[in-house]
Ligand binder design. Structure first.
Ligand code: GLN
Length: 263
């Protein structure tokens, strides 16, 4: 049976820093290579979300002002449907500003506190507008043990995959995880969630937040496959999903270069 996935890009015209849209290009292309019929839709200001119509949501990063601009629209037109989907296990990936927005509150660099989207139990504070306090640079992290173990079962034939993710961070916000939310990874190089926590990103059900721009998925093909595998597993629960291992020569070269240079 041919598989099909619908991917929804939230606010692509407002939240797209440092090439975050590259993540969508990767998901679409990998679906094509893997024989998965993939439809990518955008859902932006003024458009109503309906639950049960998307297998994977993506939301990129943005400046503080871009983040604030979408909050009311989200609560009025999208919150109930997307919250119902994520509670039911639909995959969601938010990067940097998109990750911060997914939480309950977001304190901007200018000190204003804003209500977040309330998708996961995290909150973000900004230390100030002093650029020296920004978290900027290459980020190398080690995936949490449960996620990494699950990733190793997703291919039809056994394949060695690294436990690392690599990316580039640039944020002032410091994110703290609340009850029920696990870190996505442990920080090896860079800051991640905040200067003190030594962890990067968050996971709640199939909702993932990460500070990794770069973009994230081109240099981390195992994580891209993992998101697709989770989405397929949820959509086709009767069929065990086993992905073909794509060659990914350039992708691993890019990944390994960052690990060797900054690890
Ligand atoms: N505006 C947020 C911050 O600086 C997020 C920036 C981003 O998405 N890179 O903390």
């Amino acid at each position: 049976m041919p598989y099909a996935l619908t991917i929804t890009h939230l606010y692509p015209d407002h939240l797209n820093l440092y090439g975050d849209t590259g993540n969508l290009i990767v998901l679409r292309r990998r679906c094509q290579w893997l024989g998965i019929d993939c439809t990518v839709k955008s859902l932006t200001m003024g458009e109503v979300a309906h639950s049960g119509q998307t297998d994977l949501y993506f939301m990129g990063g943005g400046q503080d002002t871009d983040q604030v601009a979408v909050v009311n629209d989200f609560h009025q037109l999208k919150y109930e449907a997307i919250r119902a989907d994520t509670e039911a296990g639909v995959v969601f990936l938010g990067v940097c500003g998109g990750y911060q927005l997914m939480g309950h509150t977001f304190l901007m660099g200018n000190g204003d506190e804003t209500r977040g989207l309330g998708i996961i139990n995290v909150s973000t504070r900004a230390p100030g507008t002093d650029v020296k306090q920004r978290c900027i640079g290459n980020l190398i992290v080690e995936l949490d043990a449960t996620t990494y173990a699950a990733m190793q079962t997703m291919y039809a034939t056994p394949r060695a995959i690294p436990r690392t993710l690599v990316g580039f961070e640039n944020h002032s916000g410091q994110t703290h995880l609340g009850d029920g939310v696990e870190p996505l990874a442990k920080t090896i190089a860079g800051f991640g969630n905040n200067g003190a926590a030594e962890y990067e990103g968050a996971r709640y059900k199939n909702v993932f937040g990460s500070y990794m721009h770069g973009s994230l998925l081109p240099k981390n093909p195992h994580f891209a496959d993992y998101l697709l595998w989770l989405a397929l597993g949820r959509k086709y629960p009767e069929t065990p999903i086993a992905l073909a291992a794509l060659p990914d020569t350039e992708e691993w070269a890019a990944h390994d270069y960052v690990v060797q240079r900054y690890g």
